[in-house]
Write a protein that binds this ligand. Structure first.
Ligand SMILES: [Zn+2]
Length: 257
């Protein structure tokens, strides 16, 4: 983890420091690991079972976390009914949780985290597998731009753009194809985050390119879920009025294409 409690204060790892785990809280002496290879972090002395949802951090995680205020980073979220707790990568003052996911994850775990945090979004490292960005680019060519909303696209087969684990999520998923060391700066498709919205509009998956600055802004305003729901419902309404649905294929007249 980036932080541990030192004298009660959330503190970054520094050589020689000892701290208390933000998750376990008591009886767990954390050691500051400040080597040359891995990013500086806190680790337990022994292999105790800490937060089972915690993923080993990489530069990519850190770079994202650092774009938010320190008090929102590695923030504990407790279910007041069950007492279950986890450390969210980011939990804003308004209660929005952002999870940054590098490793592969099972759909069942995606579901359980969404059920636990409820008001959350995911940011996925789209550079982990070499094939993910080429797949997205190939799938992108089949997307149908929505004229009434520039930057928003319809998809009949989102599986051609995104990995299967993320297709049935209940919250917005943002794919980051840039990573920490941009592979090809000239590739404009890597510039925005690509959001797959939860649910479907008359059977169409809805995908949008979201500038990174806007993502940070939406996060601070806690408007991701509201925005996603309103957008899907507005698109659905227009489609119903015009008799557009996925079973009839991509619409060939306005409001699309
Ligand atoms: Zn711990």
């Amino acid at each position: 983890m980036k932080f541990a409690l030192v004298n009660g204060v959330k503190t970054e790892a520094q050589p020689g420091l000892k701290g208390i785990c933000l998750y376990c809280e008591k009886d767990r002496d954390m050691i500051a690991k400040c080597g040359k290879v891995k990013i500086w972090h806190w680790a337990h002395k022994s292999n105790v079972s800490c937060d089972p949802w915690w993923e080993n951090e990489r530069e990519w995680h850190r770079a994202w976390k650092n774009r938010f205020p320190v008090e929102w980073q590695e923030n504990r979220h407790v279910d007041s009914t069950t007492g279950e707790k986890h450390i969210a990568d980011i939990k804003t003052a308004a209660g929005l949780v952002i999870e940054f996911q590098h490793s592969a994850i099972q759909p069942a775990e995606v579901q359980s985290r969404e059920a636990f945090y409820k008001n959350m979004v995911w940011v996925i490292d789209g550079t982990r597998l070499k094939g993910d960005f080429p797949s997205f680019c190939k799938g992108f060519r089949e997307l149908s731009p929505l004229k009434i909303m520039p930057g928003v696209f319809l998809s009949l087969s989102p599986n051609k753009c995104f990995p299967a684990s993320w297709l049935n999520s209940s919250v917005p998923i943002y794919f980051d194809f840039q990573g920490v060391n941009p592979i090809n700066q000239t590739d404009r498709l890597r510039d925005p985050l690509w959001c797959l919205f939860p649910g479907r509009a008359e059977g169409f998956a809805v995908v949008a390119g979201v500038p990174r600055e806007d993502f940070i802004k939406f996060s601070a305003q806690n408007t991701h879920l509201l925005f996603a729901r309103e957008m899907l419902s507005n698109i659905s309404q227009v489609f119903r009025e015009k008799g557009i649905s996925a079973s009839r294929g991509y619409p060939k007249v306005a409001p699309c294409r």
